[in-house]
Design a protein around this ligand. Structure first.
Ligand code: FMN
Length: 174
């Protein structure tokens, strides 16, 4: 049975990206688990901290990634880039295994309250993830989250169609 891991690149307790990731995972028609980056509280990466050993929680997350056939990730955009919590966790993982995504496909998303929908971090990640072992990257950006996502679903039909089409490509790549 194929399994997907879904998470947000955010440590907000009310993360809109987590809401989107869970919603999309529920549409993907595979068994899925959701993980929260708040459960992986790691020291800020540095060579000196690393010299004292890789933190257990970083190894735990790396081992978690090995158990799944694909990933649904929705990134928060902070100042045009990754949130600190996502960047830090993935910096640690990349030191354990450069093949972070274990040759599995990623359905990559971003959403924000603004009209650009996190497109800047989405493009950065789409360019980077193949170098970190993502076998394929399909993308979806949801602009103006609070206008387009209500009662746990996307209410804008054009955006929903775009999502479903891209999600289907991801499903085929698993
Ligand atoms: C430090 C900081 C920087 C931000 N920078 C951006 C940004 O560059 N682009 C954007 O669209 N939203 C930006 N935002 C707003 C976030 O999109 C918004 O907080 C969103 O809820 C983050 O997603 P999350 O709820 O999943 O954490 C920023 C928010 C914070 C706290």
């Amino acid at each position: 049975m194929k399994k997907i891991l879904a998470f947000a690149g955010s440590n907000s307790k009310t993360s809109i990206n987590k809401q989107l990731a869970i919603y999309v995972a529920s549409l993907a028609d595979y068994t899925y688990d959701v993980v929260d980056l708040n459960d992986y509280d790691l020291p800020i990466f540095s060579l000196e901290v690393e010299a004292n050993g890789i933190p257990e929680l970083a190894s735990d997350f790396n081992n978690l990634l090995k158990k799944y056939n694909g990933f649904i990730i929705s990134l928060a955009e902070h100042n045009g880039s990754y949130s600190a919590v996502f960047k830090n966790l993935f910096d640690w993982i990349s030191r354990i295994d450069r093949n972070v995504f274990k040759n599995k496909p990623v359905f990559l998303m971003a959403t924000s309250p603004g009209m650009r929908g996190g497109i800047t971090v989405l493009e950065t990640a789409a360019n980077t993830f193949p170098h970190l072992g993502a076998s394929a990257v399909e993308k979806f950006s949801l602009p103006s989250f609070f206008e387009n996502f209500k009662d746990d679903e996307i209410i804008n039909l054009e955006l929903k169609t775009d999502l479903i089409n891209n999600l289907e490509k991801f499903r085929k790549s698993i």
